[in-house]
Design a protein around this ligand. Structure first.
Ligand SMILES: [Zn+2]
Length: 66
Protein backbone atom coordinates (compact mmCIF):
# COMPACT_ATOMS: atom_id res chain seq x y z
CA UNK A 1 0.00 0.00 0.00
CA UNK A 2 1.31 3.42 -0.82
CA UNK A 3 -0.02 6.67 0.45
CA UNK A 4 -1.94 5.90 3.56
CA UNK A 5 -4.84 8.07 4.50
CA UNK A 6 -7.09 9.70 2.00
CA UNK A 7 -7.89 13.06 3.39
CA UNK A 8 -8.94 15.07 0.39
CA UNK A 9 -12.35 14.35 -0.98
CA UNK A 10 -11.58 15.90 -4.31
CA UNK A 11 -8.99 13.50 -5.63
CA UNK A 12 -7.66 10.07 -4.82
CA UNK A 13 -5.34 7.50 -6.30
CA UNK A 14 -6.66 4.65 -8.37
CA UNK A 15 -5.86 1.41 -6.54
CA UNK A 16 -5.33 -0.29 -9.88
CA UNK A 17 -3.05 2.08 -11.76
CA UNK A 18 -2.38 4.97 -9.36
CA UNK A 19 -3.88 7.54 -11.66
CA UNK A 20 -5.69 10.42 -10.04
CA UNK A 21 -9.41 9.96 -9.79
CA UNK A 22 -11.48 13.03 -9.16
CA UNK A 23 -14.09 12.73 -6.47
CA UNK A 24 -16.97 15.17 -6.65
CA UNK A 25 -17.13 17.29 -3.52
CA UNK A 26 -20.75 16.31 -3.14
CA UNK A 27 -20.00 12.62 -3.63
CA UNK A 28 -22.17 10.29 -1.63
CA UNK A 29 -21.56 6.89 -0.15
CA UNK A 30 -22.13 4.27 -2.79
CA UNK A 31 -21.51 6.58 -5.73
CA UNK A 32 -19.68 5.05 -8.67
CA UNK A 33 -16.58 6.73 -10.06
CA UNK A 34 -14.55 5.54 -13.03
CA UNK A 35 -10.81 5.80 -13.38
CA UNK A 36 -10.02 7.91 -16.44
CA UNK A 37 -6.87 5.92 -17.03
CA UNK A 38 -7.70 2.24 -16.70
CA UNK A 39 -11.46 2.54 -16.84
CA UNK A 40 -12.07 0.55 -13.71
CA UNK A 41 -15.26 1.45 -11.90
CA UNK A 42 -15.18 1.99 -8.17
CA UNK A 43 -17.84 2.40 -5.59
CA UNK A 44 -17.18 5.11 -3.04
CA UNK A 45 -17.37 4.25 0.58
CA UNK A 46 -17.41 7.35 2.70
CA UNK A 47 -17.08 6.89 6.40
CA UNK A 48 -18.56 9.11 9.03
CA UNK A 49 -15.20 10.77 9.52
CA UNK A 50 -15.04 11.59 5.84
CA UNK A 51 -12.53 8.98 4.82
CA UNK A 52 -13.05 7.83 1.27
CA UNK A 53 -12.39 4.25 0.30
CA UNK A 54 -12.64 2.92 -3.23
CA UNK A 55 -14.28 -0.43 -3.66
CA UNK A 56 -13.99 -2.14 -6.99
CA UNK A 57 -17.47 -2.04 -8.42
CA UNK A 58 -17.27 -5.12 -10.57
CA UNK A 59 -15.94 -7.27 -7.83
CA UNK A 60 -15.13 -10.83 -8.59
CA UNK A 61 -14.05 -11.01 -5.09
CA UNK A 62 -13.71 -13.16 -2.22
CA UNK A 63 -14.51 -10.94 0.68
CA UNK A 64 -11.17 -9.88 1.97
CA UNK A 65 -12.34 -6.62 3.47
CA UNK A 66 -12.58 -6.32 7.20
ZN1 LIG B 1 -6.92 3.33 -12.83
Amino acid sequence: MSGGELKDLSETDCPECSAKIRIPSDAIDGEIVTCPDCGTGFELEISGSGTVTLKQAESVAEDWGE
